[in-house]
Design a protein around this ligand. Structure first.
Ligand SMILES: [Zn+2]
Length: 485
């Protein structure tokens, strides 16, 4: 009993200190700011959370259905009353509570995630969706989270770090495209400055020691390549988590076995890599550039997923050429091959229909319809502005106004916003023409004008066609010194 009282006092003092520490951070007047302190025990088996809400809260939940399995005890910390849960929701009566304290069985939560079977015992991952119980966040609401960890223990979460305070983060509303991971324990963690942005790179530990430096170098170059679109990284608080596994059971042509962007409380790119592959093969692979390119657009509705995928397909080739990793010829060969695969894929379906259905063979339609539109828009913009405008300049303006975004966008909203940056609309015209039309945009005449000649499937570039200069400008090398230089 005595210990509990002492702990409560310590928590109260700590929350007071935290409020003072965070007071200098400006927030919009209407925003609700909730303050969380999260303490993890020395054995990393139990998590104690105290949450103080901006206003009485009665709708508190966790995102995962499994969260209730790991909740040990939840109380109103103002009066000590116990709070029960029904699945992933807390049962709160009356006008709500201002303060919630709860404990989580962190060890069981980690054991339930099979990915931990592949990790060294010094670190584990667990998704906040099973331990973060919180009110719904709207607009500019935020949760300020302060971790209190045992000595030398690290944490990695998808949220925005508060630079002035160790282990403190800001969590805002987000599209929740998946479940991001948190990592606890000892792992390789670094911050790379990429054209002015601090990018967090976390490398999960799968063995006692692994040489992280070459992998971090490769991630830095890949992140730098994204800045070859408009000079900045699209998200100033992104996190990249690398899961290096050796001797993979799955045969793969690519050293990156799996990649995805998770927009859950922040943007994380997760990369599962085969660490036994030679480093050179990583630099020649497109997967990581594709995933990072996704950050130049917001999360899109499922039926317009083809725009996000297509723009990433387009940019992965353009950026790897600009970085000098692809020759101009190779980049256009890859674009041509992909556009052909898109043209052959489910010709009876429109891009919107292909992306909303579950037809397995529609993948290439989804991946390349948007790339065709990106190419058409890019060339049109460069042509009509004599090179002053391009897809890069549109995405630059879009980043300034709207990224990182806390919500899910429709394709029409996105393209309308793009058009708002232009004197003459372009993107919505393309959307109206192609989004709901069966077939595939006919880009062959455009490729011919660009000087992308094809003989028996082999691309040969010509410099004597009317748009050859635009083609050359599109993929011209822009390497300006590399990351951190
Ligand atoms: Zn993708």
């Amino acid at each position: 009993m005595r210990t509990i009282i002492i702990q409560k006092r310590r928590q109260a003092v700590f929350i007071g200190v935290l409020c003072v520490a965070l007071i200098g951070i400006a927030s919009p007047a209407s925003a609700a700011i909730h303050i969380y302190t999260i303490e993890v025990d020395a054995a990393l088996s139990r998590m104690e959370v105290v949450a103080r809400f901006a206003a009485p809260a009665n709708a508190i939940s966790a995102r995962s259905r499994d969260a209730g399995r790991f909740l040990l005890d939840a109380r109103d910390c103002d009066n000590g009353d116990q709070i029960s849960n029904r699945g992933r929701r807390l049962t709160i009566s009356g006008n709500g509570i201002r303060c919630l304290s709860y404990a989580v069985d962190l060890r069981s939560a980690a054991q339930a995630d099979q990915r931990n079977d592949l990790l060294h015992a010094s670190n584990f991952l667990v998704t906040p969706t099973v331990w973060m119980w919180r009110p719904r966040l709207g607009g500019d609401d935020e949760i300020r989270v302060q971790f209190r960890l045992p000595n030398d223990v690290q944490v990695s979460v998808p949220w925005r770090p508060i630079k002035t305070t160790d282990n403190a983060y800001l969590l805002n509303a987000s599209p929740q495209s998946g479940s991001a991971i948190a990592i606890f324990g000892h792992f390789d963690s670094s911050v790379a400055n990429i054209a002015g942005t601090d990018l967090r790179i976390e490398l999960l530990r799968v063995a006692e020691d692994i040489d992280a430096a070459p992998i971090v170098d490769w991630i830095q170059e890949t992140a730098y390549n994204i800045t070859l679109a408009y000079g900045r990284f699209p998200n100033p608080a992104a996190r990249i988590v690398v899961f290096p596994i050796g001797n993979t059971p799955w045969p793969s042509d690519s050293p990156v076995l799996f990649g995805r962007v998770v927009r859950d409380g922040g943007e994380t790119v997760e990369l599962l890599i085969d660490s036994q592959q030679p480093m050179q093969s990583f630099y020649e692979d497109w997967t990581a550039t594709h995933e990072l390119s996704h950050m130049m657009l917001p999360y899109l509705r499922a039926e317009q997923r083809w725009i996000g995928e297509g723009f990433a397909q387009y940019y992965q080739n353009v950026l790897l050429a600009r970085a000098g990793r692809y020759t101009e010829n190779y980049a256009w060969q890859k674009l041509y091959d992909g556009l052909e695969r898109g043209r052959e894929s489910v010709p009876g379906l429109s891009p919107n229909a292909a992306a909303s259905g579950d037809e397995r063979n529609s993948r290439m339609k989804i991946y390349w319809s948007g790339a065709a539109l990106a190419l058409m828009a890019d060339v049109e913009l460069r042509q009509r502005s004599h090179g002053k405008e391009s897809l890069d300049t549109v995405l630059d303006q879009f980043q300034r106004c709207c990224l990182p975004s806390q919500r899910t966008w429709s394709g029409a909203e996105l393209f309308t916003t793009f058009d708002s940056f232009l004197e003459l609309p372009l993107f919505m015209n393309l959307y109206r023409q192609y989004a709901d039309a069966a077939g595939f945009p006919n880009v062959r005449p455009l490729l011919g004008q660009l000087g992308v000649a094809v003989d028996d499937g082999e691309v040969r570039l010509r410099s004597d066609t009317e748009l050859a200069e635009i083609r050359a400008a599109l993929t011209a090398q822009r390497y300006t010194g590399g990351p951190g230089k």
